[in-house]
Design a protein around this ligand. Structure first.
Ligand code: SAM
Length: 438
C-alpha cells in the first residue's frame, strides 16, 4: 500500500511540475498493480486532458468513479469535461452530484451555474453564482455570469451593472473588457441608449490605454477618426475566438472562403502554370487554404495572421508551406518576397483606410499578380468607410474601386454577394479580383 501511495505522490509531483510524460508513466505503473486505482486513473485522465484527448480523459474519470463513486476530483473533472464537450446536461448532473455532498463546493457551483445558464435554467444558474459570491464577494467571473443571465432574461439594466462590476473587480482584465464590449454592442438596440452611452463613456475614459476598450468603445460611440483596428485588439479577440471560430462561422453561413475559391479557380483556368505561390493574408484557421489546395495540389500556400491561436489551427490543416505571425502592414513594409496571388477573406473588415494595405499588396505581388478579397458593404451611409458598432469596418464600393486604382490595380471582377449572417440578417459585401498593373 505504501508503495502505491509513494507512486501516487510521485505521479502528482511530476504532474504538478508539468512533466506529463513521467506522471503518465507513474500512473500506468500503479494501474499495472491495481487496475482500478481511482487516483491513478484521475492522473492518467488529467494527462490525456492536457494532451487535448478529451474523450480519453473522460473515460479514465468515469472508470475512477466506478471504483470509488465519491471520488471528488474524478467527479469534478467529469463535470468539467462534459462542460468542455458542450454536454451541458451531463455537466449539470455531475455538478449536482458533487453539491449533494458538499453544497458550497465553489468549482461545482460554477459548473452548475454555467451549465444551467446554457440549459436556460436561469433561476438555478443565478442562485449558484449568488452562492459563490457569498463565499467570495469579489469573484469577477460570477458577476460576469450574472450579467449574462440578466442579458438573457432582458433585464439589461442589471446586465450592465453586473458586467461593469466584473470589469472593475478583474482590474480591467482583457476577457472582461471583451465581454463588456460585446454586451454594450448586443443591447445597442434596446431602449437604454442613455445608460449604454454613459457606461461606454466611463469605460473608454477609465481604461483609455486598453486596445480592446479603445477599439470597441470608439466603434460604439461612432468615432470617425479610427482608420484601422488596433493589432493588439485583433490579436486578443481572435486568440479568444480561435477554438470556436469555425463552428460559429458555419452557424453564420460564412461564404467568403468559398467565394474566394471560385474566383481563384477562374484565375487558374486562364493560366498554364499551376505552381503558383499564394499568400493567404489574415489566413485565420486556414479555411481558405484548405479549399485552395483542393483546386490543385501544386499551389504553394503561405499564410500570415496576427493571432497565434488562429495560426495554431491553420497549422493543423497541413496545407501551408509556411505560416507567418505578423501584422499585415508591418509584414508588407519589410518583406522582400513576391507572390503570384494574394487572397484575403473577411480581413479588410479590420481596416478602414485601405491605401496602406493595397500599396502593400502591390509591393509584394509579382508582375500581373492578382489579389482576390472580400469587403463588407457600407449600407449605413455614404462615407468611404464606416466603423460599425460590432468593431468591423464597412466599405463603400466606390472608395474600394478608387483606392485600388490609385494603388496600381485594375479591377477584373467585382460582384455583390451575401458574405454571412449577423444577428439573423444577411451581411452584404463584395468579392473583388484585381490585377497588378505593369
Ligand atoms: C474573420 S477572420 C478570417 C479568417 C480567414 N481568412 C477565413 O476566412 O476563415 C479575420 C482574420 O484576420 C486576421 N487579422 C485581422 N487583422 C490583422 C492584421 N492587422 N494583421 C494580421 N492578421 C490580421 C485575424 O487575426 C483573423 O484571423
Amino acid at each position: 500500500m505504501t508503495e502505491i501511495t509513494d507512486l501516487i505522490n510521485s505521479a502528482i509531483r511530476k504532474y504538478q511540475k508539468n512533466d506529463f510524460k513521467s506522471a503518465l508513466k507513474f500512473a500506468e505503473k500503479i494501474l499495472r498493480k491495481d487496475a482500478k486505482n481511482p487516483d491513478a486513473l484521475v492522473i492518467k485522465g488529467n494527462v490525456y486532458y492536457q494532451n487535448h484527448q478529451i474523450s480519453d480523459s473522460l473515460q479514465c474519470y468515469l472508470k475512477a468513479i466506478e471504483a470509488d463513486s465519491h471520488h471528488q476530483s474524478a467527479l469534478i473533472n467529469i463535470a468539467n469535461t462534459y462542460f468542455e464537450m458542450k454536454n451541458y446536461e451531463q455537466a449539470y448532473q455531475f455538478a449536482k452530484r458533487i453539491l449533494f455532498e458538499d453544497n458550497s463546493h465553489k468549482t461545482a457551483l460554477s459548473i452548475l451555474g454555467n451549465s444551467a445558464l446554457e440549459l436556460e435554467k436561469y433561476e438555478e444558474s443565478k442562485s449558484a453564482f449568488l452562492k459563490i459570491l457569498q463565499q467570495d464577494s469579489v469573484d469577477a467571473w460570477s458577476y460576469n455570469s450574472l450579467s449574462r443571465i440578466y442579458q438573457k432574461t432582458e433585464d439589461y439594466k442589471r446586465a450592465l451593472a453586473y458586467g461593469w462590476k466584473a470589469v472593475e473587480l478583474s482590474g480591467g482584465a482583457d476577457e472582461q473588457h471583451l465581454n463588456f464590449g460585446y454586451l454594450l454592442y448586443e443591447i445597442e438596440d434596446s431602449r437604454l441608449m442613455d445608460s449604454i452611452q454613459k457606461y461606454a463613456n466611463e469605460w473608454i475614459t477609465k481604461y483609455a490605454q486598453n486596445p480592446i476598450v479603445k477599439h470597441m468603445g470608439n466603434a460604439l460611440l461612432h468615432n470617425e477618426k479610427i482608420e484601422r483596428a488596433d493589432g493588439e485588439y485583433v490579436r486578443e479577440i481572435f486568440d479568444v475566438f480561435a477554438d470556436d471560430f469555425e463552428e460559429v462561422l458555419a452557424s453564420l453561413d460564412y461564404q467568403a472562403p468559398e467565394l474566394i475559391m471560385e474566383e481563384y479557380k477562374q484565375i487558374l483556368s486562364e493560366k498554364k502554370d499551376f505552381k503558383q505561390e499564394v499568400l493567404d493574408v489574415g489566413c485565420g484557421t486556414g479555411l481558405c487554404g484548405i479549399l485552395l489546395k483542393k483546386i490543385n495540389s501544386k499551389i504553394v500556400l503561405y499564410g500570415i495572421d496576427i493571432s497565434e491561436k488562429m495560426l495554431e489551427k491553420a497549422r493543423q490543416k497541413k496545407c501551408y508551406r509556411k505560416l507567418i505571425k505578423d501584422d499585415l502592414e508591418n509584414y508588407f513594409s519589410v518583406s522582400k518576397k513576391q507572390f503570384d496571388t494574394i487572397v484575403a477573406a473577411d480581413v479588410l473588415t479590420y481596416f478602414g483606410e485601405l491605401k496602406t494595405l493595397f500599396k502593400g499588396f502591390h509591393k509584394i505581388l509579382s508582375e500581373k499578380g492578382c489579389v482576390i478579397f472580400t469587403v463588407s458593404a457600407n449600407t449605413v451611409n455614404e462615407q468611404d468607410y464606416f466603423l460599425h458598432p460590432s468593431g468591423r469596418f464597412l466599405h463603400h464600393k466606390n472608395y474600394v474601386k478608387k483606392v485600388l486604382k490609385d494603388s496600381g490595380f485594375e479591377i477584373k471582377k467585382m460582384s455583390e454577394k451575401i458574405l454571412r449572417k449577423e444577428g439573423g440578417k444577411d451581411v452584404l459585401g463584395y468579392i473583388i479580383t484585381a490585377i497588378k498593373k505593369a
